[in-house]
Design a protein around this ligand. Structure first.
Ligand SMILES: O=C(O)[C@@H](CO)OP(=O)(O)O
Length: 328
């Protein structure tokens, strides 16, 4: 059965672990994580066979054995496709070309932020492209926690050192943002920069639809969805899922096709089903990760709607805490 998730579809920082720390100490089944996360500014470290951990700046028990326990057996995962870009507006194949949002895209990102303003976010992953990063940042301006998203720069020793934050209190009021090229849009090859309508007129609607939506067939010199999934899903499994397993709440701001491949993994869609999965720009989708399963919860309707909070006790408690903090 075809799955269409478009319109009503789906909708702190952490801690330092000693390098000898083994995932098996706190997970029933250790995840074997080929990690190379080294986020010194926030004291987040992980190497192969460890669990990456966000932590703990939030945890008063940091650096005690308590700090190595899972924060929770449940975590939220928000997926958001970037708002409209200047090339979406012009109907051009974009792929890995790095174009910014339009004014409408900015408004969509802000609206998305309102919808998720009561849902906890401890860590943000974005692609390395500006449209996804703008979306994440603009969305977070609306969050009721009022924490500041900070992009972690670990491209060199110097970048790490020069972006170090020296106040623990300030780190507590921050949310680390990790930019990863693996979450980039599918590379569209020789279609990048071409007009979608003109390309369909030239090569035929069916051919172009196949390039755009089939799982296995790549556009000329570009990536198929399958190839895109290989790097995006591997990144998700290696770097994002371990954070969720630890109890950290994650937001991913990425792209139509990199997110389609991740949703295919989360919802266990077949290569046939994913062909009819369409994601709207700027629409946040919420999942709950619990007992090593992903449960799709839809798109939060808005900050005043209670509906989404009925889904889990933990989300309801988080919102209550925000309400109390803001009243005091
Ligand atoms: O141009 C692109 O990069 C993508 C997303 O806008 O296009 P498509 O609609 O074919 O997924």
């Amino acid at each position: 059965m075809a799955t269409v998730v478009s319109h009503q579809a789906i909708g702190s920082i952490v801690s330092h672990r000693p390098s000898s720390f083994k995932a098996s100490q706190f997970l029933k089944e250790p995840l074997n994580v080929p990690m190379k996360l080294r986020r010194k500014g926030f004291k987040i470290e992980a190497t192969a066979s460890q669990i990456p951990v966000l932590d703990t700046v939030l945890s008063p028990s940091k650096n005690t054995p308590q700090a190595f326990k899972k924060k929770s057996n449940e975590a939220s995962l928000i997926l958001i496709r970037h708002g409209e870009s200047l090339w979406n507006e012009k109907n051009l194949f974009t792929g890995c070309v790095d174009v910014p949002l339009t004014e409408k895209g900015v408004a969509e990102a802000i609206e998305a932020g309102k919808r998720i303003s009561n849902i906890p976010v401890d860590l943000i992953f974005t692609s390395s492209l500006i449209r996804a990063q703008m979306t994440a940042m603009l969305a977070m301006t609306q969050h009721r926690c009022k924490k500041v998203p900070i992009i972690l720069h670990d491209e060199s020793e110097k970048a790490q050192t020069w972006s170090h934050v020296f106040s623990e209190e300030t780190r507590k009021q921050s949310i680390p943002v990790i930019a990863a090229w693996q979450l980039n849009e599918r590379m569209y090859g020789e279609l990048q920069g071409l007009n979608k309508k003109e390309t369909a007129e030239r090569y035929g609607t069916e051919q172009v639809h196949e390039w755009r939506r089939s799982y296995h067939i790549p556009p000329p010199k570009g990536e198929s969805l399958e190839m895109c999934a290989e790097r995006a899903v591997a990144y998700f499994e290696d770097n994002i899922q371990p954070e969720l397993a630890f109890g950290n709440n994650v937001m991913i701001a990425a792209h139509g096709n990199s997110l389609r491949s991740i949703i295919m993994y989360l919802d266990k869609l077949t290569s046939q089903e994913v062909t009819s999965l369409e994601l709207s720009t700027g629409l946040p989708l919420l999942y709950i990760f619990k007992d090593r399963k992903f449960m799709r919860r839809g798109s939060p309707v808005g900050p005043t709607e209670a509906g989404v909070y009925a889904y889990t006790k933990r989300l309801a408690q988080y919102r209550q805490k925000l309400d109390e903090t803001l009243l005091n």
